[in-house]
Design a protein. Structure first.
Length: 264
């Protein structure tokens, strides 16, 4: 089986693909802890695999993309010690099959590039990925399959934390769907501001991107919070795929490893 790992600033999302499969058989999320050691990651992986009757011996290949550099090292160390092979790391030297048309290709985040690869494989034409995570990122791909760059804005949870820390009278609010546009309490007012503020941002930015890339540009939403925001912007988002990054990792692994090393 192939293990794919997406380490984000807030959550780590990973899953396993059986041999030659294009659909992930199992996937899990847990909180990203920057201080995690390779042994702690190995223990967490073993426990989650065991819940589905799986073990380390069934994982014969793996790949990781990470926005937390120190955890890339810990995941690769875990793979060497517990899985018995070298984990592939998404980075500047990896083959993605996608030309990168930005000033410094080494700057693009691994997760953003992985998402772009998966989106173009799915659409086969100009597309945009909106990733609702710690930040909200917009990544544009041309009709020729070139990574054109993107847009980064603070995410919803960061904004809630900043509002709480900087506004003395505002309470800490848990992100949830507002009951109405006009809040009848301070908590509901904050929830409405976050939800409709960010969905308005997405609508505005996507409209500008379609003006530049073409009106038929498809937009795919992903990330741990996509399911919460997407229902409010159905006319802007074409698809929601919370497994998009895992799909991209599988595709990149396939483009870097020949059939003789395919997972079993």
């Amino acid at each position: 089986m192939l293990l794919v790992v997406d380490v984000g600033n807030t959550q780590t999302h990973f899953g396993v693909y059986p041999r030659d499969a294009e659909i992930v058989s199992e996937h899990w999320r847990f909180a990203t802890v920057r201080e995690s050691t390779s042994d702690e990651l190995g223990a967490a992986l073993a426990n989650l695999l065991a819940l589905r009757g799986l073990g380390f011996e069934e994982i014969s290949a793996s790949i990781v993309s990470s926005t937390v550099p120190q955890l890339s090292e810990q995941w690769t160390a875990m793979s060497r010690r517990y899985l018995g092979h070298e984990m592939l790391v998404v980075g500047p030297s990896i083959r993605t099959g996608m030309p990168i048309r930005i000033d410094n290709p080494r700057e693009v985040g691994a997760d953003r590039l992985v998402n772009a690869v998966a989106a173009f494989e799915r659409v086969g034409d100009a597309c945009v990925v909106v990733d609702f995570g710690t930040a909200i990122t917009y990544d544009a791909v041309s009709s020729a399959g070139e990574y054109l760059g993107g847009i980064i804005s603070p995410g919803a949870e960061i904004s809630i934390d900043a509002l709480y820390e900087r506004a003395a009278k505002l309470p800490k609010v848990e992100l949830a769907e507002p009951r109405a546009l006009i809040g009848k309490s301070t908590v509901e007012a904050v929830r409405s501001g976050i939800m409709f503020g960010f969905t308005g941002q997405v609508e505005g930015i996507v409209r500008r991107l379609r003006d530049e890339l073409g009106p038929e540009t498809r937009v795919i939403a992903t990330g741990g919070m996509a399911g919460m925001f997407a229902p409010f912007i159905r006319e802007t988002i074409d698809d929601v795929d919370e497994l998009l990054t895992l799909t991209g990792l599988r595709l990149i692994w396939q483009r870097n490893v020949d059939d003789r090393r395919a997972p079993t």
